[in-house]
Design a protein around this ligand. Structure first.
Ligand code: SAH
Length: 215
């Protein structure tokens, strides 16, 4: 299996073919070897048009969903970005090449540890990982220019809106446990904010104080 060819096809068919336009997002996803973020047995499926299991009953998101969420953040290169739900570390890696610094939070320790290893292996040293409930954000490092939540929330997490810098963007799937709508919050300079709706989606549950209860 030639991963470089599979990755190029993924970018052309699944991303460009479906309307992803941000050149920097496209370049980042051409660059990051997604197959390193899944278990070896699944590597040949890493560029398929679907999410994949990463253990602990969690998933790495479909490539298109990663691209769309990233595009909605409108990163130019100088931003401090917060991600909730490190999972495999793939989304964090994409963010790491597009922004100045990435802070990412994961509640399941073994996933965070594995993600750390892969990110270090790729030399992506501008990523900090914290094992904690991300629904309360990362107060010490706030404010953030962009925040992305990669798990489904019951409502827009207010603490995350608070930790957005003026002019910042927050992208979060909001809905019930079975289906959500991708929502973008744009914070104005005066602290008020606007909410925009993007496409329907299905993510694993955001579990925590301002999320769902653990099963
Ligand atoms: N962005 C990931 C996809 C992760 S799936 C990737 O690129 O692979 C969603 C992740 O969110 C899971 O790993 C889950 O454990 C984590 N999660 C759920 N609730 C969380 C919370 N409150 N704080 C931090 N992580 C959380």
């Amino acid at each position: 299996m030639n991963f470089d060819i599979a990755r190029k096809k993924m970018v052309e068919n699944q991303l460009i073919g479906r309307g992803i336009r941000d050149r920097r997002v496209i370049e980042a996803m051409l660059k990051i070897p997604r197959h390193l973020f899944v278990q070896e047995a699944l590597a040949a499926q890493a560029y398929n048009d679907n999410p994949l299991p990463i253990g602990e009953r969690q998933t790495i998101s479909q490539p298109y969903m990663v691209a769309l969420m990233t595009e909605l953040l409108e990163l130019k290169g100088k931003e401090r970005v917060l991600e909730i739900g490190t999972g495999s570390g793939y989304q964090a890696a994409v963010l790491a090449v597009l922004a100045d610094h990435v802070y990412t939070m994961e509640r399941i320790r073994p996933l965070a540890m594995r993600a750390r290893k892969v990110l270090d292996g790729l030399g992506l040293l501008n990523v900090n990982i914290k094992i904690d409930d991300g629904t309360c954000g990362w107060e010490q490092e706030a404010p953030f220019d962009a925040i992305v939540v990669t798990a489904g929330a019951p409502e827009i997490p207010e603490d995350l809106v608070k930790q957005l810098a003026p002019g910042g963007r927050l992208v979060v799937p909001v809905g019930d446990q079975f289906s959500q709508t991708l929502v973008r919050v744009l914070k104005h300079e005066d602290g008020s904010y606007a909410v925009e709706q993007s496409i329907g989606c299905r993510f694993v549950k955001l579990i925590g104080k301002h999320g769902w209860e653990a099963e």
